[in-house]
Each structure stands twice: as C-alpha cells, then as structure tokens.
Design a protein around this ligand. Structure first.
Ligand code: SF4
Length: 318
C-alpha cells in the first residue's frame, strides 16, 4: 500500500512530533533511523485515522530503545523493565480513542517482558508494538539477550552462548498474534510503509525492526543488509505478489511437501506462476510461521507484513 500524501496536505508535520531533548544514542546507531521514520509517519497516521497531536502516546520499557518517549513530542511514559505492554494496554483500554505506540528492545521484550509479549499478542489490543532487535543488551554494555545467536561470544558468554535464541515472529504468531511485520533500520522507506500498515491494522500490530547496535553488536544483520549480500538474503513481501527475490528477482519460494523451498526461475521448468503468492490475511498460521522463521543462509529473511488478520480487539470485547 503506497501512501502518497504530500506534506502540504497534512495538518501535522514531523516537526510537530520532534522533541527538544538531546538524542543520546550513539552516532551511527540504527535507533536514529527508526526515530526519524516514526516522526515522519505520525502526521500521515493522524491524517488517515483522524488523530490529533494530543492523541498520540508513546510508551516504553527499559533499554536504549526505550529512551524513545523523550525524543517524541507526544504524551509518553518511560516505564519499567519489560512492563511497557501492560502500560500500553491499560492506556488503550482506558481511552480507546488514543493512538498508542509501544517501544521495546529484544531484551526488554523477550526476557523480562517475555510474558507480557505473548499475552499482548493474544489479547489483541489495538496498539502498535515496535520491537528493536539488535540481539544484544546495549544499554548495559553488551550482555547476550534471548535473541543473540547461539555460540556468539559476548561479555556474559566468553565461550559463546549455550542457549537457543527466540525468533520474535515465531513467538508472536505462536501466541495467536494477528499482525506481525519485520522491518530493517537500513530501509526507512519500507520501515515507514510497515509502520503505517501497523497503525491502520485494528489490533495488536507487532513489528520487529532489525536494528544495528554499532557499539556492542556491530554488523549483526550484515548478511541481510550488506551491499553484496542483501539481494540474496532479503525477501520483501507484498500482498498479492509472488515471493521473488535476488538481484534480478530470479529466485522465489515454492512449497515442497510441507516445507518452503528456494528455487530459481528457469531451472527445472520453474516459472513465475509456480512461485507462492503472499497472502498476509489468511487466518491459517502455517505459511506465516514459516516465513517468520526463514533466515540466511538457507533462506532470505522475510521483510514486510507477514501476517495481518482481522480479529476482535481487547477493547472492543471489553
Ligand atoms: Fe545504539 Fe548500541 Fe549505542 Fe545503545 S549502545 S545507543 S543500541 S549503538
């Protein structure tokens, strides 16, 4: 869905949402691009959904990402570790007319807030949950988190981690989440498109953002973002379009038995018609779960809206 609203048509501008606080993230941190993208789309969301400036609320937990409410000129709460979901849900239930945005990181969401994460997914309040995934604890200087790849050496795993990491998409969909998308900090255009779709979705919209921590986990997403590797390792999903990727869109996904498989157009008689077409709206979780699980080198990482299914929200039910 391409949003083509010119700035002069908007009643609000991104400057309305920029705070006067000094941004204290490290230079080069992926958080800067995410902040810019959110400030860019709030006027569009306001216009599309009839929100005024005072209707936006930004809520966070603890971590580098969670400094976010200071940097947005909106109502906001910098909450306690892992508990932003409870705050966001309470705000939405108390005043369903608000546009509630929750900011969290992989440590905040998957470790101390893990229980809150799965329950906000299943309860489905109409909030927008942005989870920055840099696969490390940045604020506390480099301990491994629940999404750190197995075997990675960090300050708390000098011999490499022994633990199998969570995949946030698998967790969200497995917990009956009805909207899950994945963005990346190096592609602001895609990020903004996803944020708008998240806002327009009526229900809990969970967006994982692959974010680079330049200090404690630099290049953790390099295979997906690298100039020479990204074409083969990114599948940008479009509803109703075949799942093609590669520099010339020469590769695609098919279903072989119960598994996804990467194929090349032209090999073994494969044509574009054989490639799976993306349907984020199907209630069945099977393909969505497989798309969320995909990772290089066997598969490209799926970016875009993986799942977007209409369901009753918590506040409507209440
Ligand atoms: Fe960003 Fe990492 Fe610096 Fe935190 S420590 S602000 S995540 S670069």
């Amino acid at each position: 869905m391409e949003q083509k609203i010119e700035p002069q048509e908007l009643q609000l501008t991104k400057q309305d949402f920029e705070s006067d606080q000094m941004v204290k993230w490290c230079p080069g941190c992926g958080d800067h691009a995410i902040l810019k993208s959110v400030a860019n789309i709030f006027p569009i969301v306001g216009q599309q959904m009839g929100y005024k400036k005072e209707d936006f609320v930004v809520v966070s937990g603890i971590g580098c990402s969670s400094r976010f409410p200071y940097y947005m000129n909106t109502y906001g709460i910098h909450g306690i570790h892992g508990r932003a979901a409870a705050l966001a849900m309470g705000i939405k239930l108390t005043n369903p007319k608000l546009s509630v945005w929750m900011i969290s990181g992989d440590g905040d969401s998957m470790a101390i807030g893990g229980n809150h994460f799965i329950h906000i997914a299943r309860r489905n309040p109409d909030i927008n949950y942005l989870m920055f995934n840099n696969k490390i604890y940045g604020l506390t200087k480099g301990q491994y988190s629940p999404t750190t790849p197995k075997g990675q050496k960090t300050k708390t795993s000098p011999q490499g981690t022994f633990e199998t990491p969570f995949n946030p998409g698998e967790l969200a969909i497995g917990a009956r989440g009805q909207f899950f998308a994945r963005a990346i900090d190096t592609n602001p255009k895609l990020m903004q498109k996803i944020f708008i779709e998240a806002a327009l979705h009526h229900g809990a919209s969970i967006v994982e953002i692959l974010q680079n921590c330049v200090i404690y986990n630099n290049k953790i997403h390099a295979l997906i973002t690298g100039r020479d590797t990204k074409d083969d390792n990114q599948l940008i999903l479009e509803a109703g379009e075949p799942m093609l990727f590669g520099k010339e869109k020469e590769k695609g996904l098919i279903l072989e038995g119960t598994r996804l498989k990467v194929v090349k157009l032209g090999e073994n008689g494969i044509t574009k018609d054989d490639i799976l077409v993306h349907d984020p709206t199907t209630e069945d979780t099977g393909i969505h779960m497989m798309l969320a699980s995909m990772a290089p080198p066997e598969f490209p990482a799926a970016l875009g809206v993986i799942r977007s299914v209409k369901a009753e929200t918590l506040e409507d039910a209440v």
